[in-house]
Design a protein around this ligand. Structure first.
Ligand code: AMP
Length: 191
């Protein structure tokens, strides 16, 4: 099963992605997490990505696409995956379509978490304190939200047109949201 989780920065995608992935027995693939791991390890990819991430900008498509292609080629993603943080641009949507078509599979659903903008800024500022992420300062948060609205939100329409979007209210307690997500995906096969 091939799924995407979408929503603005701070919508709770990473938290929910872990629950969904565990439930369906597929890996949760977070491009942000992979970039951050590369930054910590000081790999060439991490060095390249860091300057974009610290500014709240998107890492260039060629770099990101290649990284995702390599990751979904790994054995654990053979039976499916849940993408968190990818695609974020129209070019990435097209690239992902190609990657999935190449394996003879299809994208089964795009889960969209809807949230209240003010609530999000609070969540992100809280996360900044807990996790100490370099890209959780107020200016950078604002830039990431702006980019989301300009570049990524329009992708929801693309997937709506394909009738594979499942929109879920992302407000409230974590387990309430998880419950709503499972209800929205209850026709998906568990593996
Ligand atoms: P995230 O953890 O998903 O918020 O991602 C953190 C940062 O990693 C983003 O602000 C971008 O700089 C970079 N990043 C993650 N995913 C992508 C992507 N699909 N395309 C471009 N940059 C990305």
């Amino acid at each position: 099963m091939r799924l995407i989780i979408m929503g603005p920065p701070g919508a709770g995608k990473g938290t929910q992605a872990k629950f969904i992935a565990e439930h369906f027995g597929i890996p949760a693939i977070s491009t942000g997490d992979i970039f951050r791991a590369n930054v910590s390890e000081g790999t060439p990819l991490g060095i390249e990505a860091k300057r974009f991430m610290d500014a709240g900008e998107y890492v260039p498509d060629e770099v990101t696409n290649k990284m995702v292609r390599n990751r979904i080629d790994e054995k654990d993603a053979e039976r499916g995956f849940l993408l968190d943080g990818y695609p974020r641009t129209v070019a990435q949507v097209e690239e992902l379509d190609g990657m999935i078509a190449f394996t003879g599979h299809q994208l089964d659903a795009v889960l969209v978490l809807t949230v209240d903008q003010d609530e999000i800024v609070n969540r992100l500022l809280q996360r900044a304190q807990v996790e100490g992420r370099a890209d959780d300062t107020e200016d950078v948060i604002r830039r990431r939200q702006e980019l989301y609205v300009q570049e990524t939100e329009p992708l929801i329409e693309v997937y709506r047109d394909r009738s594979i979007c499942r929109e879920v209210d992302g407000m409230g307690e974590v387990d309430e949201v998880t419950q709503r997500i499972f209800e929205a995906l209850d026709d998906m096969p568990e593996s």
